[in-house]
Design a binder for this molecule. Sequence first.
Ligand SMILES: C[S@@+](CC[C@H](N)C(=O)[O-])C[C@H]1O[C@@H](n2cnc3c(N)ncnc32)[C@H](O)[C@@H]1O
Length: 256
Amino acid sequence: MTSTGDEQPDVKQNPLDKRTGTLGLQKYTLEEVKIKDVALRLVAVHQMEMREAHLVLTGQRIWPAAKVLALYLVENPDILQSAGSVLELGAGPGLPGLVAAKLAPQPDRVVLTDNKDLVLDLLDKNIVKNFDNGDPMADKPRCCHLEWGKGVTDFRDQYGGFDVILASDVIYHRPDIPLLLQTARDLLNDKPSSVLLLSYNDRAKIFQQTVKETAQECGLEWTDIPFRELLPNFSQLVHPDEVRHLHLMVFMKGVS
Ligand SMILES: C[S@@+](CC[C@H](N)C(=O)[O-])C[C@H]1O[C@@H](n2cnc3c(N)ncnc32)[C@H](O)[C@@H]1O
């Protein structure tokens, strides 16, 4: 990642975000993130010291799982070229969703979601930085609030179902796993080609088992994607230590 150098860093220390009640260290810089041929300019907390890491609201950083999912999309652009609509859950700064919007035939059919206002502000900034060419009518992705398991029927009524759902590094709080997977299932279209692509860091061994058991309960079939062999370039993007416990999985609605 390189700084684009055309903007002053936006450094704000905000130990307690009043809107979300969560800890947040807003130490944003605008940097270029290049995933093979797809270059994005992303506002996020790109640099932090270890002692600050616990202050960074999780959605303000780009996590290694997001880079691996974005790289998988760039390596497999047919997934997006045949998709009518794309959703990202727990998007944070939005790397996979924005890469998808660059590759999709209709960027305005890409919807990036998160449940934190602070993160949605960041997503708004990143959509403008990468899709605003001065034309108010230009196609660009949308971002909106979505909390897993809440108001999902209303959300589907408003946005429709999705052919591709993306989720990176959203498996870290075990009680949220059923909410996340059921939300994805409820929003996935019924086409045989409709998929949820999930990348996550197995912070505790139990997560992998919980993801698979929960998927089965939700009526989702899954396959592990052997991304290490598929993506020979991934070590240039993320340090091998950062992806040691990483999983990339594809889920489809099972035949009922
Ligand atoms: C570890 S961050 C990952 C951000 C980004 N996907 C990435 O990989 O860089 C997890 C994200 O999920 C969001 N999140 C956590 N719980 C959520 C929930 N119940 N509903 C919606 N979003 C949630 C957080 O706000 C945060 O942006």
